[in-house]
Design a protein around this ligand. Structure first.
Ligand code: PMV
Length: 364
């Protein structure tokens, strides 16, 4: 794996100040990444839908300073100075510093906000870290004497984001992104996400994802701990080969529009992810009783209404309800009438597939 390609060679030294702002989305995996080796190398390939409305907006003010031993930055979240996120970002800067040596030469003021409610149980690490990665790449492009092309820009942004949080590598482009090397996905890599470059059947275009906020509390077991528990997991190897097999199957499903197989594969992936948690040592459960109530209601509705609704889960209790655009009106009624009662404060977020990172004028 060639990581040297991401070490910049010819940078100029003449930019004293730069402010950039990027909006980057969250994503939801269809085939899940669960298990990794150092440094953030996935044990299997994963594929996700990029979301549109759940996103982070981040601006960074870069101010040229004397070269420092450690990157210096201040962090403001939703208008207020916030030191809680600093350790995670400091670790991120440390991990990427050999690929972004300019982080030692600029003081940074980071301002960030999310479109989704804070502590909604929606992971903000994918959108948050991919937004910082895009801002760094804007500085790199401005400093670079070579003409950084668009593909390299996005690839390196994904590479950097991955070093912060694996799934963040899938938040640069859209609507479908594969991360992890796989024989059947052209250009795929363990180092960064690549767009799924096949013609996708119409039924999967503008796919809907309504996120039911079942539990907004802090997770009892973090993803980092969960990934680590895959090291001595009795079913790990079978799981990694199953996921790679599922990528192969899903590729054909997406091309052919075989929605019934899509439903089976996606729901099985969600339950297998949680089965890995149930069978870890120590074992743990992130689903809540209402997660199961919702799953059963979705199965009942699908049967009674001949619907193509299905669900997937992240590493948490919230349920992502997935369905084709043409069912939108009916499914939203079903969610409002039958499922919202299982959500904290009846809250859910309506989203759909999107196209990835966008440069914007300012954070306000
Ligand atoms: O990116 P991480 O380290 O937070 O791991 C995310 C893992 C899952 O969300 C459970 C699955 C995935 O592929 O996004």
């Amino acid at each position: 794996m060639n990581t040297d390609q991401f070490i910049p060679e010819s940078l100029q030294n003449t930019i004293s100040e730069l402010k950039v702002t990027w909006q980057t989305p969250s994503n939801i995996a269809l085939v899940k990444y669960w298990g990794k080796s150092d440094p953030q190398i996935p044990k299997n390939a994963s594929i996700s839908f990029t979301l549109e409305h759940c996103h982070t907006v981040t601006s960074i003010d870069f101010i040229k300073a004397k070269r420092r031993e450690l990157p210096k930055f201040d962090m403001y979240f939703e208008g207020k100075k916030n030191d809680d996120f600093k350790p995670k970002i400091a670790t991120f800067f440390k991990r990427i510093s050999q690929y972004c040596p300019y982080v030692f030469e600029y003081d940074m003021i980071i301002r960030s906000k999310n479109s989704f409610p804070h502590s909604s149980g929606i992971a903000s690490s994918a959108s948050g870290l991919s937004a910082i990665a895009m801002c760094l790449m804007s500085l790199e492009k401005a400093l670079s004497l070579d003409n950084l092309n668009d593909q390299f820009f996005k690839q390196k942004a994904s590479f950097l984001a991955r070093l912060g949080s694996g799934s963040a590598s899938r938040s640069i482009e859209g609507p479908l992104v594969v991360w992890g090397s796989h024989d059947e996905i052209k250009e795929s890599s363990d180092l960064f996400g690549v767009p799924f470059n096949e013609e996708v059947a119409p039924i999967f275009k503008n796919y809907q994802d309504t996120i039911l906020l079942v539990d907004k509390g802090e997770k009892q077991v973090s993803s980092t701990v969960g990934h680590n528990l895959m090291h001595d997991h009795p079913y790990a190897e079978q799981r990694f080969s199953q996921a790679n097999e599922n990528i192969k199957k899903l590729k054909q499903i997406l091309i052919n529009g075989d929605i019934t197989s899509f439903i089976g594969l996606v729901e099985s992936e969600a339950l297998t992810l949680h089965a890995m948690m149930l069978t870890s040592d120590p074992y743990f459960i992130l689903m809540k009783p209402n997660t199961l109530q919702i799953i059963n209601e979705i199965w009942r509705y699908r049967k009674e209404q001949n619907s193509y609704i299905c669900f997937t889960l992240d590493a948490g209790a919230n349920v992502h309800v997935l369905y084709p655009e043409k069912e939108k009106e009916k499914v939203l009624q079903f969610i409002e009438n039958q499922l919202s009662k299982y959500c904290q404060k009846n809250q859910y977020i309506c989203d759909n597939t999107g196209f990835g990172a966008r440069k914007i004028d300012d954070i306000e």
